[in-house]
Structures are given as C-alpha cells and as structure tokens.
Design a protein around this ligand. Sequence first.
Ligand code: F6P
Ligand code: MG
Length: 501
Amino acid sequence: MDFDTKTYKDLWKEGQSKLTPPNREALYNTSEKSTFAYISARDRWPVILTGAIDDLFRTLNDVTDEEKKGEGKHIVEQLAALKYELQHDRKLTLLPEDGESDIAGYNQELEARGPLNWFNAPWLYAECYLYRRVNTLFTLTNHWKTYDIFARQKMSTFKSSRPAVLELAAKYKELSRELEQGTSSQGKTPEEVEEAEKLLFMEMCEICLWGNATDLSLLTSLTYEDIQKLQGAEARKAAEANIVVNELPAAFDVLKEARKSKKNQERRVDIVLDNAGFELFVDLILAGYLLSANLATTVVLHPKSIPWFVSDVLPIDFMDLISAISDPQAFFTAPDDKNDPKANGTPPEPLTHKEIDELQFLFRQWSKFHEDGKLILRPNRFWTAGGSFWRLPHEAPALYEDLKESELVLFKGDLNYRKLTGDAHWDPTTPFTTAIGPLGRPDSGVRILAFRTCKADVVVGLPAGEDKRLRQTENGGGDSGSRKWAWSGKWAVVSFSDGKA
Ligand code: F6P
Ligand code: MG
C-alpha cells in the first residue's frame, strides 16, 4: 500500500475496506448502544468536561493577574459550551488553527468523513478530537497555553498508590542488588539461569501490564480501594489467569537473542507510554530492569504532547514523578489538598528510613540512566493525532523509521491498542498481526508488544470460543450482545508481532 500518494479521503476509504472484516460494517461508533463507545460518549465525556471545569475554577481562585483571570473564565465558558454541544448531540466543528501541524489532519479527516454528530461518530476519532478540541481552548490563550487540567488528579492518584509504590521499590532494590552481584545465578545450570531470567522478565512485564488497570478515565467506576487492590503483589498473582492472550515469551526470546548477537551494539527498547503516576512508575521499573539485566542498552519513552485521555504522560509528568521520589518523605506525607474529595483529614504516616532509602535508590538509578542517555524521552505529535496507527508509515515516516531502530516497541494501554487495531469490529479470533495492518507485516521493520488491560470492545488474537466463555463470566455481558468483560480492566491481552521476521 503506497501511503505517501494518498489523500486523507482515499486513506480513510481504504482503511474502511481493509479494517472491516467480513459481515461487519464499521469502526466502533458512539451510536452503538451495545458497546462501550456509547457509554463513554454519553456518560464519561460530560463527567470529564465537568472535572476540567472544576479544576480550572480551583486554579482560578488563586489567580490575581486580571488578564489571566479573564482568559481562564473564558475557557470555563467554552468548556461549558462544549459540554452542552456534546450532550445535545451537535455536529463536530472544525478545529481552530492554533499553530500546530496536527490541526490540518484533524480537519481534513472531519471533512472527509462528512458531517459527524457527537453521538454518531467513529469512537476513536471523536474521542481524540474531544481532547484536541479542549486543548485548543488553552493553546489559543496567552497565559494558559500549557496548563494541564488533569495534572492535579495525576499526582494525587500517584500519592494514593503509596502502598504499591513502596512494595515495588523494596522489591526492585533487592532485585538490582542480585543482578549486580550475579547471586541469582549461583549454583544454577545455564538452562536454569535462563528459565529464571525468563520468569523474572515475565513478572516485571506483568507488573507493568497491571499498572495499566489504574487509569484515571475509569475512576468514575473504580474506587481508590479497588485501585490499591489491583496494585499489590497478591492481586497480581491472582490476576495472571486473567491475561487471556500472553505472548511475553516471544518478546523475551527476541531480547535474549539480540543480547547474544549484538553484544557490543546498541539494543533499544521503546515504550509508547500511556498513563502518568503509578503506571509511569511501573514503566520505569520495567525500563530500569531491562537496562540492569542488559536486555536493552537504551530505553526510549514516548510521552504525549498535550493533556490526553485524562491521565496520559506528558514530559512534565515524568519530571514530577522523578522529583516526587527524590524527596519521598515530603511528597508522600504532604497534607492532602483540602479540596480533594478523597482527603480524609488524617495526616499520612511518615515513611520509614528503609522506605526512603529504597525510593531514593530508584531516584538515583533512574536519574543516572537519564543523564547517561540510556533513558530517553522522545515526544511526537503523531501520538495525539486523530487516527489509528495503521497510518504511521504515511503520517509520520520519520517516527516510523526511528521505531525500526528499536529491538522491541512496547505499546502500553487500551487506547494504544485501539489505535493499533484501528478500533474496528474485528472478529475476536483475527490474528493480531492482521488487525494492526501495515505494522503487522513480517517486513514492517517494527517489532511490537502490546500491553493492554481491556477497557474497550475491540479485542483480537483470542482462541476460538474464548470470547463466548468470557461473556458468560460474572458481568461479562452474557447473552446481551455486549462484550462487557472487555470494558472493566479486569482482563488483559499481551500481543506480539514480529516485524523483523
Ligand atoms: O474513555 C474510556 C477510554 O476511552 C477507554 O475505553 C480508553 O481506551 C481508555 O479510556 C483509556 O485507557 P488507557 O489509559 O488504558 O489507554
Ligand atoms: Mg491513558
């Protein structure tokens, strides 16, 4: 497929025909009552806009500069107008130019798709459009250009992840010492060493995977207690059976082979990040482990460039997390914001010396990796475009070439999975490599590992009969025609595609 000679209109038509499996018509659409697309558009988006308005009000309380205050109030009005537009199923309007190159892509696609109403639009496009539209309200001001309406939530959720953060920091320090001293391989045959290494790799990846269950856009249905339960070691063990596709062993094999065949060369692993806070923390745990175990020599992290899907990582969130663990006592024992709904007035227990030491160990290691150029942050506007990753070779050829340099590209989270698979009505037994289009070809040059706890309908790569079985589980959807099991983050898929085969 020659992407470069295509217009958006052609691309879209072609995407439709290629993405549509036999017997089904379309991409997931906000009009489909039996899907999560319908629920998210009607129930979640208005709540997210209300949250944005509340956040801005709180910030405005402390703003004294008159011009800034005026601009802030105007943004609040526009957010309220957008919420009205959405809830009254108005048409999506063209985005105003704000000087960024992605606006043209959004608008060309909107025109190519014809008039779209909020409650009758491809879910993926409309949801991306929503966050980009909100962003223009800020970029078009003088004082609020980089303001993040979700920043407060991101940091307060990280703070409430304290038990799991401490547990992982302790485990990680011990592990690092073992890796450094080689104690874990003493008295073992090479086969036993390899098997142990594979198990450790799987465990580190599973920690990283379940970190994705704690996504802020789902907080309307998960309590903080639920989140904390999801994060502990016992919960992870129990959840292993919930990984319904698990292709981690194939990913381990490629990293192990690369370590053998490219001894003194660079071996890069990329992580297309998803959420900030606890999820970023576990992503960094995995990155640190890959570097320490010499399964990679460099890890490139791909954050977003604008506030995105509530909790996604911005470069500043990375800095904030590093700064939080540089002085963990100050961060974890700071009094809760009195306006925070989950603040209960009880001052947090101070951290012990051991806990501080374990977190600062992480801080030193990650800072050192960052300074040495082994842990790199590389934003790209492509990650916040309105379309699927089928378009990567055409829309972002330089990024595509860059990803080819990597041994393995990890895509974290649900939205990345939706974008990989085009958010289409695939039959659930469709091979992952088919559903991800051009990137799934054996000669695409990009090796992909998708880590995703399921929070949306699209799912591929399941054995025959598995979708039916899962629908029969508790709250799985039963015979309702809805794939409810795939909405809650309880189940996960880890899918691999070898584009360097
Ligand atoms: O709004 C709901 C939702 O869009 C999911 O269905 C979606 O994909 C998710 O938010 C974001 O999840 P994640 O942070 O794992 O990408
Ligand atoms: Mg996210």
